[in-house]
Design a protein around this ligand. Structure first.
Ligand code: SAM
Length: 235
């Protein structure tokens, strides 16, 4: 175990392209005493792709186990361990487990750092062509239609771009509900399979984007962005 002073490092991992894994991220993983990750099989595979050999303790860190493990892991850090936290893909603690461990470390005065990298929401915002000066990121919407409609109603007069994650099973329902609340002229972007082979970024009014998404494959991962009220693509 490293006795130079323990710390927690949040390590961002690729969201679709292995080339996006940074040298600093790899260095942190190789130096880890403990690797906490959602699915150890997914993270081991990532290391295997990069031909990395690590001699670390692996711990499965999921939403269900987060409460208990935040304590265990922060105790290991207090004793000098280099702990790395990884999500299956993207940035830990962003629509993924992590914040409780960070909070536990802060409350014990332990060092927390990160090797920043891919995040689907920020990437989608940057390539969307929608205003990026003010935005609200809301993660996944509730699965129930009534709750989704309520959320969209709250965003009707928004002065910011709204960013949300959506699953392939609900992408059409999500856009249909958005049409119901925002109307056909509201500008949106649907970003699918970012950084992957079938990356598709579709920006336009809901009236044009919804039929395009319906016509194309709905497999894969999606970020949906909704422009602020009154935003026009080609003023
Ligand atoms: N922590 C991750 C991050 O930093 O982006 C997000 C994890 S969240 C559990 C997974 C969701 O992120 C997916 O359901 C999808 O909405 C979005 N996502 C992840 N990878 C994506 C990609 N390559 N293209 C589009 N959306 C993606």
């Amino acid at each position: 175990m490293n006795t130079a002073g323990g710390k927690l490092t949040l390590v961002a991992t690729p969201i679709g392209n292995l080339g996006d894994w940074s040298p600093r991220a790899i260095e942190a993983v190789c130096a880890a005493d403990v690797i906490a990750c959602e699915d150890t099989r997914v993270s081991r595979k990532l290391l295997h792709h990069k031909e990395l050999q690590v001699d670390a303790e692996w711990i499965s860190y999921r939403e269900e186990t987060e409460h208990a493990l935040a304590n265990t892991l922060s105790e290991k850090i207090a004793q000098g361990a280099q702990v790395v936290l990884m999500a299956d893909a993207g940035t830990p603690a962003i629509s993924d487990p992590g914040f409780r461990l960070v909070r536990a470390c802060h409350s014990r005065g332990l060092k927390v750092t990160a090797t920043p990298g891919p995040n689907a929401a920020i990437l989608a915002l940057s390539v969307s062509g929608l205003p990026s000066d003010r935005f609200l990121f809301t993660g996944f919407l509730p699965p129930k239609k009534a709750a989704r409609l309520r959320f969209f109603s709250e965003q009707l007069n928004a002065e910011h771009t709204t960013i949300l994650y959506e699953s392939c099973h609900r992408i059409l329902k999500c856009l249909e509900d958005a049409l119901e609340i925002f109307g056909p002229a509201r500008c949106v972007c649907v970003a699918r399979e970012l950084t992957k082979l079938h990356e598709t970024i579709t920006t336009g009014s809901l009236a044009t984007v919804l039929p395009l998404v319906k016509k194309s494959s709905q497999k894969g991962e999606f970020v949906v962005l909704i422009a602020k009220l009154g935003y026009e693509l080609n003023p």
